[in-house]
Write a protein that binds this ligand. Structure first.
Ligand code: MG
Length: 372
């Protein structure tokens, strides 16, 4: 089986509501997604998606995926799509770094492998652990009252894990947000307070030691070293997210004992191949893991949740879904969807999601194998 064509679609995905992060310094209103299809000479195809959360959240942007395709697609065409590790090494040689740009291609390769094998991805990743994946809400930064109302709304949709976005320059306001949410918390609920790297170490220590909060704090500061300084002066478990990209980053975080858990997001780390290695490393060292995508439609969400479902329950924390935040649905009725705070994965081979052709319309670009 050989890769004969790689096609790409650009889709602008408006958010239902503007979304604020990092104490309000980052605002998002629409996402730029690239949907990919890899076709083969045997008629089998695989789908992938790459959707950074805007261009200010991570060192990644939608246009970068499509620019990198000019180099990556010709390197893959003519190769056997089932040789996934080998193809990842080819991509790493052809274009070092640029992890987010490789991720949609890697997702499409896994989708193809699953279809060729007749198995859902969670089976290829080690097998389902349980029937479904618990889901996490995300609570946009706001006043304490606004955030409590958002938690209540998420609770009414079945969510029992909430990621509350805080952080800023006002320690008293962050403490007020945390204590309002804690006061409204139900006994069966988990809350993670995600600063999205907004704090200086001093501010993080002031808030974390000043607030009566149980549970996780996430990415308090910009760098690993700053987060480590916070780790050494606080008592709550720490989750790291944006400061981790490569395997080396994760190894350094472990060696420094900088955190008790990490977020594994395929688009941030270079696709499912690299995310699976990080998941296995995290399980080996006893971390707890939120496994979910950076952004995108139900296609990207579902790909990440296959990895989550195959992660041991004692290491697995709830997964967030991006697609409920979008005004458009690229594959109605398909994939991992919220049902009272949990998602069941499709049993169909591969990712199990095929984008609606009417929604996709014509591809932006197609790369083909040159004729004989
Ligand atoms: Mg985060």
């Amino acid at each position: 089986m050989r890769i004969s064509r790689i096609s790409a679609w650009q889709k602008t995905l408006p958010l239902r509501k503007p979304y604020w992060l990092s104490g309000g310094r980052l605002k998002f209103e629409a996402l730029d997604s690239t949907i990919l299809r890899i076709d083969t000479d045997e008629g089998l195809s695989g789908w992938g998606e790459g959707c950074p959360w805007g261009h200010s959240y991570l060192p990644a942007f939608g246009g970068g995926i499509r620019a990198a395709l000019e180099i990556l697609a010709p390197a893959l065409i003519g190769r056997d799509p089932r040789d996934i590790d080998s193809l990842n090494r080819t991509m790493d040689v052809a274009l070092p770094g640029h992890l987010y740009a490789k991720s949609p291609l890697d997702l499409a390769l896994w989708d193809l492998l699953g279809r060729a094998a007749g198995l859902p991805l969670y089976t290829l990743f080690g097998g389902a652990e349980g029937e479904c994946v618990a889901l996490s809400s995300s609570i946009s930064t706001g006043t304490p009252e606004e955030m409590v109302a958002l938690v209540e709304s998420a609770r009414n949709r079945g969510y029992r894990t909430h990621s509350a976005k805080i952080g800023g320059e006002d320690a008293a306001l962050d403490i007020a947000r945390i204590e309002a949410i804690e006061a409204a918390r139900r006994p069966d609920e988990q809350i993670t307070y995600d600063a999205n790297r907004a704090w200086t170490p001093a501010l993080a220590i002031e808030v974390m030691n000043g607030a009566a909060a149980r549970g996780w704090f996430e990415q308090p500061c910009e760098t690993l070293d700053q987060c480590l300084q916070v780790r050494r002066s606080t008592r709550q478990p720490i989750m790291l997210d944006e400061c981790l990209h490569s395997f080396q980053d994760h190894l350094e975080a472990w060696r420094a004992r900088a955190c008790e858990g990490v977020k594994v997001k395929p688009n941030r780390v270079g696709g499912l191949t690299k995310a699976r290695r990080l998941r296995d490393f995290g399980v080996s060292v006893g971390w707890r893991l939120h496994i979910e995508e950076v952004g995108g439609t139900v296609l990207a969400d579902t790909a990440a949740l296959h990895l989550a479902l195959s992660t041991p329950a004692e290491n697995r924390l709830a997964s967030w879904l991006c697609h409920p935040h979008l005004t458009e649905d690229g594959a109605p009725g398909q994939g991992a969807r919220n049902s009272d705070g949990a998602a069941v994965l499709p049993e169909a081979p591969g990712i199990g999601v095929v984008p609606d052709p009417d929604w996709l319309s014509e591809p932006l670009v197609s790369y083909e194998r040159p004729g004989p």
